[in-house]
Design a protein around this ligand. Structure first.
Ligand SMILES: [Zn+2]
Length: 467
């Protein structure tokens, strides 16, 4: 026992480079010795996150990528990247072991857990000041990028305080008042609001009056004047899924997440006092709720393509802290063992490629006529539907359900599971602990096990912000 302790102490001394200074160290305890080390200061923070990424979704994409591409996922390569600090993150909210995105983003954004559904308003009703407000006060520029509505819970959790996440009109107003410098995503409908009395509030001229460049398409985004504030709204609601943008020319002028992230960095880079930028791959969560295997795979792959942009930036700007993480799991997505001795799981990663569109794209197509269309179904999923399957979907269309994914899963779920070997635990969020990767100054303060609300303190400390 004694021998083991001595040897582990020697190991610690070697690892911490302190072997020569052994005599000045106390004879017991190792953690205390590392505490004196000053935490690095970061001029910029890039907070790159996926909404609703199960560990199983990473596993699905990892094996798909290995089978179909020459290089592994960037997400997996992060594990071998120099300077990595890594944590396992507990994602609970104030009132549930299973968080929603509003409470999760608030925990990161203000350092306190709130109830599900609230954005930076604590259980007693007190408003909490979000990190982008602190950043702004310390002279930093601020940015939010998402494939969801920009007024959705995750970007709002870094920058606004509202009692209910559904108050997206109020969130748009707070963006204007708080002058978030770069806003790129969907959600145009909340910037031109029709009031109950029929009158209209148009925030766009007010953003213009504050000096914002306004863009609505990928072409316009690629032509923005560099530097200065920027508002880009590329869809009335969420930005269409990656799988649909790739396979439907109607979306050819909608930017992808990589385009938006790069544009945001172009605007924010060079700001004298630095910046804080949150980038959200928001629709992995939506595909998880919909149990949509094709949707989730391509949505995560698009997020994955943002990672090299971030790594390139921190390499040329070593005063930048980068965090890559997710807020919770959604759907319990897994590539399951299939067939005898699981030998069918590999071929299933080929068959998943016959999925060419999301369930949302199908829903929009059917709703345009009010009729189930077997040709559209075949285009999207590569399946010839039976009359029974068609009838299930038609009944849901007749009932004008909000999300058609329930009926599509009822009709085609078993068949899709046999095709792709992708299984789901539910259409809800999950309580699983999730990965957090961090690089750059300040990231050394990240403990191996972290609670979501502890990240705020690490970010503000790295930025030299007093709270
Ligand atoms: Zn969700």
């Amino acid at each position: 026992m004694e021998h083991a302790q001595a040897s582990s102490r020697r190991q610690f001394l070697r690892l911490s480079g302190l072997a020569g200074a052994a005599s000045i160290l106390p004879s017991c305890g190792t953690a205390a010795n590392t505490e004196a080390k000053p935490v690095g200061q970061a001029k910029n923070v890039i907070y790159l996150m996926v909404d609703g990424l199960c560990n199983g979704t990473v596993g699905l994409a990892h094996h798909w990528q290995l089978r179909h591409k020459a290089t592994p996922l960037n997400w997996m390569q992060l594990l071998e990247h120099e300077g990595l600090h890594r944590a396992y993150q507990d994602t609970a909210s104030a009132n549930s072991p299973v968080t929603d995105s509003a409470a999760a983003a608030s925990a990161w954004g203000s350092g306190q857990r709130v109830n599900n559904g609230s954005i930076n308003v604590d259980p007693s009703g007190k408003s909490l000041k979000p990190i982008l407000s602190y950043a702004k006060e310390s002279g930093k520029a601020t940015g939010l990028v998402t494939s969801c509505r920009i007024t959705h819970a995750t970007p709002a959790g870094f920058s606004t305080s509202v009692p209910k996440r559904g108050m997206e009109d109020a969130i748009a107003q707070q963006y204007l008042e708080r002058e978030i410098d770069v806003l790129l995503g969907g959600g145009a409908r909340h910037f031109l609001q029709t009031q109950d009395d029929g009158s209209v509030i148009d925030y766009i001229p007010q953003f213009e009056a504050k000096g914002y460049q306004i863009v609505k398409t990928a072409t316009e985004l690629s032509a923005v004047r560099r530097g200065g504030s920027l508002l880009g709204l590329f869809s009335q609601s969420h930005i269409p899924y990656a799988i649909d943008r790739q396979n439907d020319r109607a979306y050819k002028d909608v930017p992808n997440l990589v385009d938006m992230f790069s544009a945001a960095l172009n605007q924010l880079n060079g700001m004298k006092e630095g910046f804080v930028l949150q980038v959200e791959g928001g629709r992995v969560d939506h595909a998880g709720h919909g149990n949509d295997a094709g949707g989730i795979l391509h949505e995560f792959l698009e997020f994955d393509a943002c990672i090299p942009i971030a790594l390139e930036f921190i390499e040329s700007h070593p005063d930048t802290m980068l965090v890559v993480t997710t807020d919770h799991g959604t759907g319990g997505c897994q590539l399951d063992g299939a067939g005898s001795a699981y030998l069918d799981s590999g071929p299933a990663l080929d068959r998943i490629n016959q999925l060419r569109h999301s369930f949302e794209w199908l829903q929009q197509g059917f709703e345009a006529t009010g009729k189930f269309d077997p040709v559209l179904l075949k285009t999207a999923l590569g399946i010839d539907p039976t009359d029974t399957q068609a009838a299930i979907v038609q009944a849901a269309l007749d009932a004008e359900v909000v999300y058609l994914s329930g009926a599509l899963n009822q009709a085609f779920g078993k068949q899709l599971n046999e095709l792709t070997a992708v299984g789901w635990t539910s259409d809800k969020h999950t309580s699983e602990c999730v990965e957090l990767f961090a690089f750059g100054p300040g990231s050394e303060a990240i403990p191996p096990l972290i609670k979501n609300y502890e990240i705020f303190g690490i970010l503000t400390k790295a930025l030299g912000i007093k709270v």
